[in-house]
Design a protein around this ligand. Structure first.
Ligand SMILES: [Zn+2]
Length: 473
């Protein structure tokens, strides 16, 4: 079998994956800032890194996967002001929502999930060490990183300091104010002085908060160490977030922060159509009201993680139809709870299953080409259907299908039992509607049949002048 190749944003090419210490992989993905409900873009990011960590484990690596939570931030503070509550309450509320969304999407929990606010003292130490080494300076209650002190600055984002001087900006202060505080407009904040009415901590430079980029550098250092194997995130984080993480960590440690930098593409939505046609589908919670986790995962994984995805409800419906084929093929396996948690492979029996396995591994080893891995699953499902009559083989193959699908976090569990209460109620209404039509057509045999069938299921129907109503017995 081939070696695992992955595309490293830092070098701009595919490289053979070689972890620092044997089979151990230290992996970090930038997590959410918890101030709002997560949307499909978040779903994609965290599904993609979930599949990467699942596949690495499946390939025999001992993975330590860390995904942080940014629980203090201007966006959280602004949301708290809108809601007239304390910012930490906003953070806690949306951490719960985030966890719930991740769990429902069958995204495995990371091994560690550090929160920014738990690492403030260590962030202050980090900043002090950078000042001592001449890479940072304090200015009127803020601390800035001196970009020109790091010669490799811009290497990840493929930018030069000259480009940056043009685009330099800072969110929290006016340009004029910043001009006086910063030695160069491209310098970025490690510590931001804050008003006492806002969340903050005492520091050698006064009351304030850490800069966002510094949070990740500090948490990586404390939880995983100075140099990790894989650093992952959305492509919007390449610059400046990851560039700045590199600058801070390299300057403090004199060693690279990560060997491989992986970035996933955007989910694109036609902005005009978004409000109208997407409605409640813009959040993960809304999407899961209609589509299963398997369908959403398939929708995400049928595109290579570095490519953009064009999102529409129709494309999600197509994914649901396609998922139906995999589900029907998987149903040939008897109920196999032992296969639910994956990581084990069904017994590879013959040339056909071995061909699937090989195609699957080759696809995944080629920079996690889930699009191709998924298409291998579909071809294999077709082979299962074509085995008409050979039930034993269909069952064996269906188990092999399920075990491979689970590497992608696709459960292929029969989801017909999982109709929610809203849908069930709507189906009863639909039957009453059909009964009404039968009565209008004087087809009393049919209308009685519907009423009796519902009664057998504990649903009593009452007729009145205004039409039929129903109650659950
Ligand atoms: Zn980060």
């Amino acid at each position: 079998m081939s070696d695992l190749q992955l595309f490293n944003t830092l070098t701009g090419k595919k490289e053979t994956f070689l972890p620092r210490q044997g089979k151990t992989v230290h992996m970090y993905a930038c997590g959410p800032t918890v101030y709002d409900m997560s949307h499909l873009g978040h779903a994609r990011t965290f599904i993609v890194w979930d599949v990467v960590q699942r596949y690495l484990r499946y390939s025999g690596y001992d993975v330590v996967y860390v995904r942080n939570i940014t629980d203090v931030d201007d966006k959280i503070i602004n949301r708290a002001k809108e809601k007239d509550v304390q910012p930490d309450k906003v953070a806690r509320e949306f951490i719960y929502h985030f966890w719930n969304d991740m769990h429902r999407l069958n995204i495995e929990a990371p091994d560690f999930e550090p929160r920014c606010t738990e690492y403030i003292a260590l962030m202050i130490d980090f900043i002090e060490a950078l000042i001592q080494k001449g890479h940072a300076y304090a200015s009127e209650g803020d601390v800035y990183f001196k970009v020109e002190s790091f010669k490799d600055y811009g290497k990840l984002g493929k930018k030069t300091v000259e480009d940056l001087l043009v685009g330099a900006r800072e969110q929290t202060r006016s340009q004029e104010e910043l001009k006086e505080r910063k030695q160069s407009p491209v310098d970025f904040a490690l510590w931001k002085g804050a008003d006492k009415s806002e969340p903050g901590w005492q520091s050698p430079w006064g009351y304030g908060r850490p800069g966002w980029h510094l949070e990740c550098s500090t948490m990586i250092k404390e939880v995983l160490g100075e140099t990790i194997d894989i650093h992952a995130g959305g492509e919007d984080l390449v610059f400046p977030h990851h560039e700045n993480e590199i600058a801070q960590s390299n300057c403090l440690h004199g060693a690279p922060l990560a060997r491989y930098w992986l970035h996933n593409g955007f989910v694109k939505v036609n902005a005009e159509k978004m409000s109208k046609s997407l409605g409640n589908f813009s959040t993960i919670d809304g999407l899961l009201g209609t589509f299963s986790a398997d369908t959403i995962r398939l929708f995400v994984l049928q595109t290579h993680y570095r490519h953009p995805i064009d999102f529409s409800i129709d494309s999600l419906k197509s994914a649901a139809t396609a998922m139906g084929r995999l589900l029907r093929a998987a149903r040939f396996a008897e109920d196999t709870d032992s296969h639910k948690n994956g990581n084990e492979i069904g017994n590879v029996q013959d040339d056909v299953t071995e061909a699937l396995h090989k195609e699957f591994i080759e696809a995944m080893n080629n920079d996690f080409n889930t699009a191709q891995a998924v298409s291998a699953l579909f071809s294999f499902a077709d082979k299962i259907f074509n085995l008409k009559g050979d039930e034993k083989k269909q069952q064996e193959y269906a188990r092999v299908l399920k075990s491979h699908a689970m590497v992608l976090g696709l459960t292929l569990e029969d989801n017909r039992q999982q109709l929610d209460s809203d849908t069930s109620a709507q189906l009863v209404e639909l039957l009453l509607n059909l009964r009404d039509r039968a009565r209008q057509n004087k087809d009393y045999q049919a209308s009685d049949f519907i009423r009796d069938q519902l009664a057998d299921r504990g649903i009593s129907v009452m007729d009145s002048k205004e039409g039929a109503t129903w109650e659950k017995a």
